[in-house]
Design a protein around this ligand. Structure first.
Ligand code: SF4
Ligand code: SF4
Length: 83
């Protein structure tokens, strides 16, 4: 399950304010403001990475964290056996 705080990162230095991310976001999560695009509805972002793929300036990055799963339980569990 994705954290509600995990959002694409927008580099406003690289951003040209073209509006592509606003018009193509399937969740309508992004709106344009004077300073550039921002997440007006962050909970509507599904982290689909469409904005990262289509931004012509390469100003959006969808970063992913690698999370190691816990070791699976060993066959037979932790039961003690006697012979
Ligand atoms: S698509 Fe990229 S360059 Fe265009 S407004 Fe969005 S972040 Fe800025
Ligand atoms: S990751 Fe997808 S849903 Fe989220 S802002 Fe980008 S295009 Fe919209």
């Amino acid at each position: 399950m994705r954290s509600a705080l995990a959002l694409p990162r927008i580099d406003l230095v690289l951003c040209t304010r073209c509006g592509v991310c606003v018009s193509l976001c399937p969740g309508h999560a992004v709106e344009m403001a004077d300073e550039g695009p921002h997440f007006a509805r962050p909970l509507d972002c599904t982290y689909c990475a469409e904005c990262e793929a289509t931004c012509p300036a390469g100003a959006i990055r969808c970063e992913y964290a690698i999370v190691w799963a816990e070791d699976p339980p060993s066959p037979g569990g932790d039961r003690c056996t006697t012979s």
